[in-house]
Design a protein around this ligand. Structure first.
Ligand SMILES: N[C@@H](CCC(=O)N[C@@H](CS)C(=O)NCC(=O)O)C(=O)O
Length: 190
């Protein structure tokens, strides 16, 4: 398995995913300055020309959420996702997609101090954060005692926000982020 990687990118979330699965993989460094992510060879793997991208036995997977779902499906024995067909599966898939289709753009709006337009498909950051706090509930993770790839996708958004000096003020979310950052493979920047 090859992860196309730059430490200053969302590929660090994919690295956290791979490390939690404890599978063997190779990091393929991508230099943004040299535009290595726009070469025909790389575009054949991720036509969007962005990181992360994963190559596994001829399968090309791009989009961080897709990488999380792919690994969870490939390695069910790792227990990092509710099994297909289980009662928690729908909520799991919803939270996975929510991570980058609502939480991430809402966080971008909040960091850039841009007003969120409801027409664009996501709620504002305060709304998204309150939703996640409710989903965490008693915790410690989104699925109680079971740590899942949804915690990586959702949690890394709040970890990034903290790294940008804009830590969440919600106590439930803050404690959750603290717990996630205690995990040895938790996302690091740079
Ligand atoms: N939704 C995508 C976002 C990917 C993305 O924006 N990656 C950035 C790095 S964090 C990138 O490769 N930017 C370089 C560019 O677009 O030129 C995902 O989650 O995989």
């Amino acid at each position: 398995m090859k992860l196309f990687y730059n430490p200053r990118s969302r590929a660090s979330i994919a690295k956290w995913l791979l490390d939690e699965f404890q599978v063997a993989y190779e990091l393929v460094p991508i230099d943004f300055e040299k535009k290595e992510h726009k070469t025909p060879a790389f575009l054949a793997i991720n036509p969007a020309g962005k990181l992360p991208a994963l190559l596994d036995e001829g399968q090309k997977i791009f989009e961080t959420v897709a990488i999380g779902l792919y690994l969870a499906e490939k390695y069910p024995e790792a227990g990092l996702a509710p099994p297909i067909g289980s009662p928690e599966r729908g909520r799991f898939l919803s939270l996975m997609v929510f991570a980058t289709s609502q939480l991430e753009p809402a966080m971008g709006d909040s960091l850039l101090k841009v007003e969120t337009s409801v027409y664009r498909g996501w709620n504002d950051f305060a709304n998204c954060e309150a939703l996640i706090a409710k989903e965490i509930g008693e915790g410690p993770y989104l699925f109680g005692e079971q740590f899942t790839v949804a915690d990586i996708l959702i949690g890394s958004q709040f970890i990034w926000k903290r790294m940008f000096g804009a830590d969440t003020e919600h106590p439930v979310v803050r404690d959750y982020v603290n717990r996630l950052q205690e995990r040895p493979h938790s996302v690091k920047m740079g």
